[in-house]
Design a protein. Structure first.
Length: 297
């Protein structure tokens, strides 16, 4: 074969390889783009807005449920722009009372409803499970308390941290105000209902966090989903207050987050009914987990 002929053959083979490579790359690119488009469409469908639903939803109650309620309101209004959702945080008992009086659609309660509320027509709709964390100021040396020790601290039987493995420091007992769902749940679960001795009784979760963080020797209790590094979290009977331990029933201090309605959900407005449907959807359950709560079984 002549030299020129060989060169022509090699050039032709090179062009063929190049063309085949371009076709393969194009096919791969088209497949990738198709997969990306399908994923985008699927994501868009999950988050698709519904403009046909209109109305208002009003909620009031537990300050411990503020994070969940605000996240729910924002997410629901994004999905249903024709619906306006508002929430105020006045305490569990006040919220349920407002719902029963017709002032709001949903009463937010961070405790189970009592017999009086149920007999008045309140229906207990549990939407999430929350843990109650026991906290101290960040410099506290104690790391774990037994149930008996914690009860002793809150009833005044134990007054100094050195009695429970800490430094020689007076214990400053911080709690929530009467009628608060967190306080009711904490005292009932610990078996110290109405016999606690508080140095301060505060009217919000944020106030308890701030007071404990700023007070040497302080102890308090807050919703698990608001914890940050300004305070130290104690284990109870050697068990950390984690979602896994709460769901497994190993951690004592946990309670329901209730969205109470006056009558069954089916008797509420279309917008309220749709909100409960949304909470049970995959998107709604992801929201519950995202704010640090546990989806009930």
């Amino acid at each position: 074969m002549k030299k020129n002929t060989r060169i022509k053959v090699l050039v032709a083979l090179g062009l063929t390889v190049c063309i085949l490579g371009c076709h393969a790359a194009k096919a791969i690119s088209e497949t990738g783009n198709q997969s990306q488009t399908e994923a985008e469409l699927e994501s868009s469908e999950r988050k698709q807005v519904n403009t046909s639903l209109t109305g208002t939803i009003t909620m009031a109650g537990s300050t411990s449920m503020e994070k969940l309620a605000n996240a729910l309101a924002e997410s629901f209004m994004t999905k249903y722009p024709g619906v306006t959702v508002t929430a105020e945080f006045t305490g569990s008992s006040a919220g349920v009372g407002a719902m029963l009086s017709g002032s709001v659609d949903i009463g937010l309660s961070s405790r189970n409803l009592n017999d009086g509320e149920k007999s008045s027509g309140a229906v207990e709709n549990i939407v999430a499970i929350d843990g109650i964390a026991v906290i101290t100021d960040a410099s506290n040396e104690a790391a774990d308390l037994s149930t008996e020790q914690l009860a002793g601290i809150y009833t005044g039987a134990i007054r100094n941290w050195r009695e429970v493995g800490g430094a020689d420091e007076v214990i400053v007992v911080i709690g929530r105000e009467a009628g608060c769902g967190t306080r009711d749940s904490f005292e009932e679960l610990l078996g110290v209902k109405d016999i606690c001795t508080y140095a301060n009784e505060l009217n919000s979760t944020g106030a308890v966090m701030a007071r404990v963080a700023a007070t040497p020797g302080a102890i308090g209790y807050v919703s698990l989903d608001v914890l940050d590094d300004t305070v130290r979290t104690l284990s109870l009977d050697g068990i950390e207050p984690t979602g896994e331990n709460i769901k497994a029933g190993r951690y004592l201090l946990c309670r329901p987050f209730v969205m109470a309605t006056n009558g069954e959900i089916s008797a509420q407005s279309e917008a309220v009914q749709e909100m409960f449907v949304y909470l049970k959807s995959e998107e709604g359950q992801e929201l519950i987990k995202a704010v640090g709560l546990i989806v009930p079984d």
